[in-house]
Write a protein that binds this ligand. Sequence first.
Ligand SMILES: [Fe+2]
Length: 257
Amino acid sequence: MGALDARLGDEVVRLRAELARHEREVRAREEEFGRYILQLREAVRKEKSHAAEITRSYVAAVRALTNAVEARDAYTGKHAERVAAFGLEIADVIDHDLSQDPENEFGFLLHDVGKVAVPDAILHKPKALNRREMGIMRQHPVTGHQIVCHIDFLEGKAQDIVLFHHERWDGQGYPRGLEKREIPRAARIFAVADTLDAITSDRPYRAGTSIAEAREEIARGSGTQFDPEAVEALMMVPDETLERIRNEKVLTSAASP
Ligand SMILES: [Fe+2]
């Protein structure tokens, strides 16, 4: 019995030692894991702040370009910012992701960047443009596309909006005469937002219409000038939202700094 007790005693001591060693290893692994999680959190935090910084730089660059275009046209004021805000509201009704994509906002803001190449005599001509002048004016989507296609972060959707913002649902637009869903969705949304701003803005020669009148006019163009889906989405944006953008001229963007 004595020898058996001694062997059992040794075994208990050995098992206890093994258990203690095992617990130390587990604690060491937990600590290592904890350090790894902290490092990972720090890396993610740095990455996020870096990404936010890049987005802020992009937005600043796009705003600078937009302002350079609008500075030449005293009549339109903050047209690009209002159109972008209208466009994002319409996009949000159709698909939330569309309105959260900075590329779409950049395209909305920069749609007329190609007008930098249109001479003042044509851009500011108080009378109707003749055929030659109209031809030059209608080059601005292509010129704008040539400008933005060399900028990495504007490749894709933003440059599509710039190139196709004067296309029409019925194929009667320019520069390509694309029709229906051949036209990128964001450009179809933009066309509605652009007309909404044009109709409701005050100009030196006429006062802007009410939002209700603008809705009626745009509804008449559904299926001809405009994508019915985009028109329907506009009808679901509340009057207060459209009035606020029209009056306060604010950009309601997730991508704004
Ligand atoms: Fe345009």
